[in-house]
Design a protein around this ligand. Structure first.
Ligand code: CDP
Length: 222
């Protein structure tokens, strides 16, 4: 059986998860949020006080970490050694730590099989940074979704304030710029557009417009 795989890559706050979740629902595919997997590992390391700058220290504790996923009402739940941590991994602190540990080859290696296996056995919309370039080079549709840094910071700011989180737009913009820099300039699996990916700038597009575009690209390709 060949599964249909849609890869969506792009920088922080481009709207990947919103679009991927919506398109997956409409097509009855599963949505795989790979960032959540890195965040789960980051949470464990933060709890243990492990320094992400020391790869050997991270590598030493990796065997203690079991990352798995479960779906509840089509929503991806992240399990860390069996504990559902989905509600704990959405903070900026965890996101920044995720970006640091995601630069380590041992961490990427640990998550590779889980990501490929999900795509081999299910029709998926998978989002991340290196899905089209590295994890699923044969995905039938690849999207590189981006937006200006101001738009992305504004979206993240709204998302957090709506959740009641006290935050500053300037600080979020700074964090996003720093994370973009880390993700794009790391040695392993840097964030770049795959050659065969469709480039979509969502700065002046609504969620519905972007989702519609992805769906129509998917139909053209089938
Ligand atoms: O939602 P947001 O874009 O802020 O972040 P995320 O997708 O949850 O990813 C958090 C961090 O994990 C990113 O900044 C990346 O450094 C890393 N990541 C990665 O390296 N590769 C992936 N496939 C997904 C995330």
């Amino acid at each position: 059986m060949t599964t249909y795989n849609i890869a969506i890559d792009g920088p922080a706050g481009a709207g990947k998860s919103t679009i991927a979740r919506k398109v997956a629902k409409e097509l009855s595919y599963i949505y795989v949020d790979t960032g959540a997997m890195y965040r789960t590992i980051a949470l464990y390391l933060l709890r243990k006080g492990v320094d992400a700058a020391q790869e050997s220290a991270v590598a030493a504790v990796l065997p203690e970490i079991q990352v798995s996923i479960r779906y509840e009402d089509q929503a991806q739940q992240m399990l860390l050694n069996g504990e559902n941590v989905s509600g704990l991994i959405r903070t900026e602190e965890v996101g920044n730590m995720a970006s640091k540990v995601a630069a380590l080859p041992c961490v990427r290696e640990k998550l590779l099989d889980l990501q490929r296996e999900l795509a081999r056995t299910h029709d998926v919309v998978m989002d991340g940074r290196d899905i089209g370039t590295n994890i699923l080079p044969n995905a039938q549709l690849k999207i590189y979704l981006t937006a200006s840094v101001e738009t992305r910071a504004q979206r993240r700011f709204l998302e957090l304030t709506q959740k009641g989180v006290d935050c500053s737009y300037e600080k979020i913009k700074e964090d996003i710029e720093k994370r973009d820099d880390q993700d794009m300039h790391r040695e392993i699996a840097p964030l770049i557009q795959a050659k065969d990916a469709v480039y979509l700038d969502s700065s002046d597009m609504t969620i519905d417009e972007v989702a519609e575009k992805v769906r129509s690209l998917c139909q053209q390709g089938r």
